[in-house]
Write a protein that binds this ligand. Structure first.
Ligand code: SF4
Length: 313
């Protein structure tokens, strides 16, 4: 295809994707139609962090150390591939992903099995160096965000971030969080940031599949005490949990603005943020999906995936 046609085609594709996103949003909250597939997967491969920040679960309690079994990890990714999942995937949530040494292999496995997914990773940079940054990017991270939470980290992270930004053009970002003030209470858990409870719909259970290291699927990522467990991936497949009665009922009530289902939702001060949902949906569409495909051919990639599995099973 010539260059001019390619540009027109890309623009048209973006317009269609944007219209689809609009429709997606309207379907959920205005038309209240049945459950649609998730567009984002957040999966913690362990429950470890290097910090105890004031805005986080790790800052308010001791978190028991858990590690996802490789068998469960591969099973989840294979199921997502069977479901032809195409969206954002993040191999972390409230943990620090670099505390898990398997993260490079796991990232690679995801990029092979789910080549059209957008892998976004956020790190506090405590364990980051140039080699690790290269390893993450080479294995398939599409966007690496380095957050600096104090002055010391800011100085240190600047060096790694500059290296990444120059080398990976737009795929590495550095965020100075030392002056950030918009912290959220995480459904009321972080008392100093808590606001009045909100009585409105909640978008999270409509588009995010949030998986803990032990395989539990939670209703949202603010659920520090695991009150709203939607299922266990050691017992049920992803599809059955997402489309199961428990999750559907939970979703339905929240879409009506009924937050009386759990003490967590009752006191939650999260205001729906459709722009964030839209942004997540657009990420996968904007991905240049043949970046990894061009690195090595399909047969070779399948061999790499098999080798990664053999290494851990
Ligand atoms: S209402 Fe709050 S606690 Fe309940 S699912 Fe939504 S964000 Fe989570």
């Amino acid at each position: 295809m010539n260059e001019g046609l390619k540009v027109i085609f890309e623009k048209l594709k973006k317009r269609i994707d944007s219209a689809k996103t609009e429709l997606y949003y309207r379907k959920y909250f205005e038309w209240r139609l049945p459950t649609r597939p998730f567009i984002q997967v957040n999966m913690e491969t362990n429950s470890v962090c290097t910090r105890k920040c004031h805005f986080c679960l790790f800052g308010i309690k001791d978190v028991p150390v858990k590690k996802m079994s490789p068998r469960l990890f591969f099973s989840i990714i294979n199921q997502l591939a069977d479901m032809r999942f195409r969206g954002r995937i993040s191999l972390f949530e409230i943990n620090e992903p670099l505390t898990d040494k398997r993260i490079y292999d796991f990232t690679r496995y995801v990029s092979i099995l789910l080549p059209d997914c957008y892998q976004l990773m956020v790190t506090n940079g405590d364990l980051l160096n140039r080699e690790r940054l290269d390893a993450l990017m080479d294995n398939g991270v599409d966007l690496l965000v380095i957050n600096s939470y104090d002055r010391k980290a800011l100085e240190r992270n600047r060096v790694n971030a500059r290296y990444g930004i120059e080398k990976y053009h737009g795929m590495v970002q550095h965020c100075d969080k030392t002056t950030f003030t918009e912290w959220v209470s995480r459904a009321g858990h972080i008392k100093q940031y808590a606001k009045e409870a909100v009585h409105d719909f909640c978008e999270y259970p409509n588009y995010i599949l949030y998986i803990k290291p032990d395989g539990k699927v939670l209703g949202c990522w603010h659920d520090f005490d695991e009150e709203n467990v939607m299922g266990d991936l050691n017992q049920e497949p992803v599809r059955d949990i997402w489309y199961g009665k428990r999750f559907k009922d939970f979703r339905k009530a929240l879409n009506r603005g009924d937050r009386s289902l759990s003490t967590l939702c009752k006191r939650c001060d999260h205001r729906p943020d459709i722009n964030y949902m839209r942004w997540n949906r657009m990420l996968a569409h904007e991905k240049c999906s043949d970046r990894h495909a061009s690195n090595d051919n399909k047969v070779r990639r399948n061999e790499v995936a098999a080798a990664i599995k053999r290494k851990y099973l």
